[in-house]
Design a protein. Structure first.
Lengths: 114, 236
């Protein structure tokens, strides 16, 4: 059983991560629109991202915010729509969060340093 | 012209029965239900008292929307010549249009909806600055008549029956902003979490449907901000 204080903290984490995501998504979309003007190829993307540590840091923040925000939202859906119990919903959220974090960081590493 | 009025008869299991009621000028939905009980179906059960929008007892679902029937003119809600009148959603039905409001009011108590002060009759009056932020926030929510319309309109209550609901949380928010009250810590703990304010998705049906034009969703947002802040600081 999670306490009200824990649930309030999780809500706070979700709110802060949504603020970070709002900025990240805008920058991400702006970059995509800018980047696809000359067509899209793996070589062109890697040419822009390889060794670009600003790009890397930005997407690390993006991935971390996703790995906080998405699982909490999915846990809420699991509780309300599927009737999953509180504890199970939080375990599910942690697993999803970890998967997003690992896959996301691996992708960032791949395009920046790999 | 006559109205075709479909009225819910029974408990959780039941069916709509259609009655014909003469259309009158300035007729309210409550007038229609009272007419049916007095002239067509004496066993029809429903609740009402003041008839002037003060007591909060006559709320029903009218053509699918929860409304205070005493202050709802037929002309405003009639679809062609048809009215469908059902008991409020999210509450057990006792009989016909009367719902069991116990859980609704028990949740007010669970949200620490009681005022508890520290002064006695021998003390001077508390002086609350009328223009203070807290007083204005409390003012915005204190006209609740406890009709249950927000509760019946809330999807989160349907999905999570343990959710305290808009009315109880609105009441809690008025007391959170009452500087005389002494149960602030307990109240914030009672309203935080997934059965409390953090379950709300801010869909706003409560504020949309409140007959007193209160905004429980704004009160809930206030509780979320405050409890979130307190939790992060380790004070919840």
């Amino acid at each position: 059983m999670t306490t009200a204080a824990t649930q309030a903290k999780l809500w706070y984490a979700m709110r802060i991560s949504s603020m970070v995501l709002a900025v990240c998504v805008l920058l991400h979309i702006a970059t995509v629109i800018y980047a696809v003007r000359g067509g899209l190829s793996a070589a062109e993307i890697l040419g822009r991202t390889h060794g670009n540590w600003f790009f890397g840091a930005f997407y690390v923040v993006f991935v971390v915010a996703c790995s906080v925000h998405v699982p909490l939202g999915l846990a809420a859906i699991a509780r309300e729509w599927l009737g999953v119990r509180e504890r199970m919903a939080l375990v599910f959220a942690q697993v999803v969060g970890l998967v997003i974090l690992l896959m996301g960081l691996r992708a960032v590493y791949g395009v920046v340093a790999g | 012209m006559a109205l075709k009025v479909r009225v819910w008869r029974g408990k959780e299991q039941g069916a709509f029965t259609t009655y014909e009621v003469a259309r009158e000028e300035s007729q309210t939905v409550l007038d229609v239900v009272v007419h049916i009980q007095r002239h067509l179906e004496p066993s029809l059960s429903f609740r009402y008292a003041c008839r002037v929008g003060m007591c909060g007892s006559c709320a029903m679902n009218v053509n699918g929307v929860a409304r205070w029937t005493c202050r709802t003119h037929v002309s405003k809600v009639v679809a062609g010549d048809e009215l469908e009148i059902a008991p409020l959603s999210n509450l057990p039905v006792i009989k016909d249009l009367a719902t069991d409001m116990r859980e609704f009011f028990d949740k007010w108590a669970r949200a620490k909806g009681q005022f508890k002060g520290s002064k006695t009759r021998h003390d001077d009056f508390a002086r609350v600055e009328p223009a203070s932020k807290e007083r204005l926030a409390a003012d915005a929510g204190i006209e609740c008549i406890g009709c249950g319309i927000c509760y019946a309109s809330c999807d989160v209550v349907s999905w999570r029956p343990d959710f305290l609901g808009p009315a109880a949380l609105n009441r809690a928010w008025t007391l959170v902003n009452d500087q005389r009250d002494t149960q602030q810590g307990e109240r914030l703990r009672a309203v935080a979490g997934d059965a409390g304010c953090h379950a709300c998705h801010t869909q706003g049906s409560c504020s949309e449907r409140c007959p007193k034009q209160l905004a429980p969703s704004a009160a809930i947002a206030g509780l979320k901000r405050l409890t979130g802040r307190m939790a992060v600081r380790g004070k919840l």
